[in-house]
Design a protein around this ligand. Structure first.
Ligand code: NDP
Length: 527
């Protein structure tokens, strides 16, 4: 896909039997006379410093690795197209991508696991990244989502601590379950995502058979300065399919790139996967009165309250030519929105806005958006930023490098400003205390969404993982959280882990056990 692709290919391997090849050269273009034998002083002598071709070859090799992503390091990607199938959304947003039925926009997607390093297996129990870069005429819009509608924490100051619990122990450099359950049991807001993760959808059968979610609440605004809150849903047209734990564990050994290969093969075979893109839309003024804080990333908006509205279809139809150039160097950021789509007061989203570009500057350099996969395709980049490492375009030539100026160059566009957002209160550190309920939605998921078979597998997955936790106190705390979501499940997990529920669950909770399943009344009782 890269415009600068050289004229040789592997994979599709045009086997070259005509021997008409370009000369091999150094980076400066000098022809290389011999690529098999280094220059030495005599047949058995030491190597000569002057063998610059050898030094350049090793210098390049020594620098092949760039810092891997601190999260979402293992992944794969593909190109595709988004097509509007229902333009009702254009009433809510001025974003060009949604302007009319039939409108097509090119995109690049990257799927990933969250915790493991670059070489780790695909088939682990973990949320999956679902990051889409839409090359719109208004500039690139990145929808940096996951395959789950919620997340483990609701304040970004907890993010790096949480991620440390998913990584290897600092002492042994080995993964152990104790830190994650310690953190989760001390962070009750994580329960919804934990429940989701240990259900069947915690290990998708392929990237093609999972949904994607913006998870965060974003905003849409139109030419009349009306703002709406929005959540994006990408529903797989292949149908949901997941892997049982045992098969996933086996596949992790047999083919660590199982999901990457599945996507690659499907696209090569012309079986283009697709997703139906839908939105939930909330009028701006609903947010204050809604019984759920719509900016709490640990909770969904129930579909009965805000039904899904169809917008379009996303199809993946082209594999990248070169993994490093296009997938490893792809850089997504929730900061990349376009006129008509903006952010929301979701604190996790606010925390991600500066953080993603920051990590890309560290990983790829300050001019990472000039890398072909990251460049806007349908819009041009016009600004006064200059210089920096790997500035490989004309650096804005000889034009003025400041604004305002009297000599030409790009100017601001007030018409794309989002409507003003009312805020109030003192600058301070606030824990979300109102309209939170850490237990109702995980309880709904267990009782109303999961089948009996899936609940059984859920208990097996949780107890199998928690059995390795070193401290009883951590397990007791976590069992209590599961009990608060659903007493039956809490009791089962306690018993499977070898504890007497009556001995480890708080008497006050046991006394209101019957009421807990009547989830609407539990919030006051349990927080
Ligand atoms: P609905 O019955 O309208 O929706 C249930 C949702 O759960 C569907 O989106 C479905 O996805 C999804 N789902 C089905 N099986 C599983 C599973 N094993 N693990 C995770 N998700 C699953 O109910 P509500 O909107 O009232 O939500 C009830 C609960 O469903 C929530 O508390 C939440 O835990 C979960 N959920 C809700 C979502 C939302 O945005 N409202 C999204 C995803 C999950 P699909 O239609 O693709 O099968």
């Amino acid at each position: 896909m890269s415009e600068d692709s050289p004229n040789h290919e592997m994979g599709d391997a045009d086997f070259d039997d005509e021997h008409q090849r370009d000369p091999l050269t150094t980076n400066s273009g000098e022809a290389v006379p011999d690529n098999q034998n280094s220059r030495s002083a005599g047949v058995g002598g030491p190597l000569l410093m002057e063998d610059y071709h050898y030094f350049e070859k090793m210098a390049q090799f020594n620098r092949e690795r760039i810092p891997e992503r601190v999260v979402h390091a293992k992944g794969g990607g593909a190109y595709g197209t988004f097509t509007v199938t229902d333009d009702r959304i254009s009433e809510y947003t001025m974003a060009d991508i949604f302007s009319e039925e039939g409108k097509e926009t090119e995109l690049f997607i990257r799927f990933s696991t969250v915790a493991g390093p670059r070489g780790s297996p695909d088939t682990v129990r973990d949320p999956r990244g679902f990051a889409v870069k839409f090359y719109t005429e208004d500039g690139n819009w990145d929808m940096v989502g996951n395959n789950t509608p919620v997340f483990f924490v609701r304040d970004p100051s907890k993010f790096s601590d949480f991620i440390h619990t998913q990584k290897k122990l600092p002492s042994k450099d080995i993964n152990e379950p104790t830190p994650q359950w310690d953190f989760w049991s001390l962070s009750p807001e994580s329960l919804h995502q934990v429940t989701w993760l240990f259900g069947d959808r915690g290990i998708p059968a392929s990237w093609r058979t999972m949904n994607g979610y913006s998870s965060h609440t974003y905003s849409l605004y139109n030419e009349s300065d009306e703002r709406y809150w929005v959540k994006f849903h990408f529903k797989t047209d292949q149908g949901i399919d997941n892997l049982p734990q045992e098969k996933a564990t086996r596949l992790a050994g047999e083919n660590p790139d199982y999901h990457k290969q599945d996507l690659w093969d499907a696209i090569e075979d012309g079986e283009y996967p697709s997703w139906t893109v839908k939105v939930q839309i909330m009028p701006e003024t609903d947010a204050e009165a809604y019984h759920i804080n719509p900016f709490d990333l640990t909770r969904v908006w129930p579909h009965d309250d805000y039904p899904l509205m169809e917008v379009g279809t996303m199809e993946l139809n082209e594999n990248p030519d070169n993994y490093f150039a296009e997938v490893e160097q792809s850089a997504f950021s929730p900061a990349h929105v376009v006129p008509g789509i903006a952010h929301s007061p979701d604190k996790m989203l606010q925390g991600r806005i500066p953080s993603y570009d920051d990590t890309h500057r560290h990983r790829l350099g300050v001019n990472f958006e000039d890398i072909p996969v990251n460049r806007p395709k349908e819009a041009s980049k016009n600004n006064y930023h200059q210089d920096g490492q790997m500035r490989i375009d004309d650096n804005n030539g000889g034009g003025p490098n400041y604004e305002p100026n009297s000599f030409g160059g790009p100017v601001e566009q007030p018409s794309v400003e989002q409507p003003p957002l009312a805020v109030s209160g003192n600058a301070d550190r606030y824990e979300m205390k109102e309209r939170i309920d850490n237990f109702k939605q995980p309880g709904d998921l267990l009782r109303e969404v999961m089948s009996q078979d899936e609940r059984d597998r859920f208990v097996e997955n949780v107890t199998g993982n928690m059995a390795g936790v070193s401290e009883d106190e951590i397990k007791h705390r976590q069992i209590t959280l599961f009990f608060k979501a659903d007493p039956k499940i809490g009791r089962r997990i306690a018993t499977e882990l070898g504890y007497d529920p009556e001995a480890i669950i708080d008497d006050k909770l046991l006394a209101v056990e019957d009421e807990i399943s009547d989830a609407d009344v539990v919030a006051d009782l349990l927080e």
